[in-house]
Design a protein around this ligand. Structure first.
Ligand SMILES: [Zn+2]
Length: 134
């Protein structure tokens, strides 16, 4: 988590983003990805090449994708309407950081927030010092 917050700060004023890997909602590692959004100051889009490679790795028995992270520079860690519109209801975790705060959300059908996200608990007490979400 500390590393992701540092990346978020270093990336300001642009949003940073990447992919979270692990098992059963526990994040063991992450992969930063270029933000290829047309307006990276206000939106994010994970480089599709990185995303496709990660999905391919997973199918080949590599790291499972738990979800995604991105930053909201100078804003809250609540998902935006744009986040909801671009999130598939695939049950994956959306971790949002802003350099100091963090929150995790699960992308589902009929979620509490914009009909797409439910809040989930973040537990950063993992033995490896990495982020875990329920
Ligand atoms: Zn966002």
């Amino acid at each position: 988590m500390a590393e992701l917050q540092q990346l978020a700060k270093a990336g300001e004023p642009q949003e940073i983003c990447g992919i979270l890997f692990g098992d059963d909602g526990r994040v063991s590692t992450y992969r930063p990805a270029p933000n290829v959004a047309a307006d990276p100051l206000r939106h994010f889009e994970i480089d599709p090449g990185i995303l496709i490679a990660a999905e391919r790795d997973q199918r080949g028995g590599g790291n499972s994708i738990v979800g995604y992270y991105h930053s909201h520079p100078g804003s809250t860690v609540q998902p935006s309407a744009t986040d909801a519109a671009s999130a598939a209801a695939d049950g994956r975790v959306w971790l949002i950081v802003n350099g100091t705060d963090a929150a995790a959300w699960q992308a589902i059908e009929n979620g509490d927030i914009y009909g797409r996200f439910n809040a989930i608990t973040l537990d950063c007490s993992g033995a490896k010092g990495q982020t875990a979400a329920e």
